[in-house]
Design a protein around this ligand. Structure first.
Ligand code: PRP
Ligand code: ZN
Length: 286
């Protein structure tokens, strides 16, 4: 029987949707209709395991799964022997220290002699050590945000994404100690056959990520400005320039990076570009 690559994905929570969406965008069909623990893809040699995110690094280290989609926060906290292969571009969040909004604690130095509740004792203790703060860490596995209210701790250290959990619990951030996003981790001793499947999956993931970071641009330009407009839109190789029916004008097609987008669009307009259309790209192979 030929091999399948076992992918560990969070079974529910912040990273579940992004993980499933990424697999779908990679053309991998998985139906998890019945809340199953593992599902075989119908058109690609992968099997998806749905697990608690905190357990994923250990399962990947121990070859229960070959690779996993998991937050960097969990990878750094659990300190398992896994290879970090590729950032996945979703699930962005930060690990922060937060205190009661109207309390007496204002800065991190106020944490000296205080108790901090967290599910991230390793990351927090190395932060405290570096910052020279002498606080007690209370490790709890869930609902960290309620610890100050029930008198279990004076502050918390937890993940913040939208900030709504902190807001609801009348807490405010005083320090970010780690920025995190989802990442693909791998077991360090994959068989050659599994490595080939992983390469093929990575090729798809990178094409999807690149497409998301770029947009297709179409515009009309006066011929006497084509040189400068083409320089503003170098594209993947060089822009496509086609004559318009109206003489003296051309249509220019290219690809533009999302981060340069507004800056470049202004320059294009200033150089006489008209009818600018920006179109999302689904996959991008360079
Ligand atoms: C984190 C954290 C908060 C929430 C913050 O949990 O523990 O509960 O997300 O998100 P917000 O700022 O958008 O409100 P996580 O998704 O890691 O789930 P888990 O603790 O069950 O693993
Ligand atoms: Zn978790």
């Amino acid at each position: 029987m030929s091999e399948t690559l076992k992918i560990a994905v969070q079974k529910s929570g912040r990273l579940y949707e992004g993980s499933m969406k990424l697999l779908k965008e990679c053309g991998i069909e998985i139906s998890n209709g019945n809340n199953q623990l593992r599902v075989l893809a119908s058109n690609f040699p992968v099997e998806v395991f749905f697990l608690r995110d905190d357990d994923i690094p250990e399962y990947v280290q121990d070859s229960v799964a070959d690779i996993g989609f998991v937050g960097e926060n969990v990878v750094y906290e659990t300190k398992k022997q896994v290879d970090c292969i590729e950032k996945l571009g979703f699930g962005k969040c930060r690990l922060s220290v937060a205190v009661p909004k109207n309390g007496t604690l204002k800065t991190t130095t106020d944490l000296n002699g205080r108790r901090i509740a967290t599910s991230y004792p390793n990351i927090l203790s190395s932060y405290l050590e570096k910052a020279g703060i002498n606080a007690t860490i209370h490790e709890i596995s869930g609902s960290v945000e309620i610890a100050p209210r029930i008198g279990l701790a004076d502050a918390i250290c937890d993940l913040v994404s939208s900030g709504s959990t902190l807001f609801t619990n009348e807490l405010k951030e005083i320090e970010t100690i780690l920025s995190s996003e989802s990442i693909l981790i791998s077991n360090s001793n994959l068989s050659d056959e599994k490595k080939i499947i992983l390469e093929s999956l990575l090729f798809r993931i990178r094409s999807v990520k690149k497409a998301k970071n770029n947009k297709y641009v179409l515009l009309n330009a006066p011929n006497n400005k084509l040189d400068i407009i083409c320089k503003l839109l170098p594209g993947m190789k060089s822009p496509t320039v086609l004559p318009l029916a109206e003489s003296g004008w051309s249509s220019v097609h290219s690809v533009i990076n999302e981060s340069d987008f507004w800056n470049v669009i202004e320059k294009l307009k200033a150089n006489g570009a008209q009818g600018i259309l920006i179109i999302p790209i689904e996959k991008m192979i360079v």
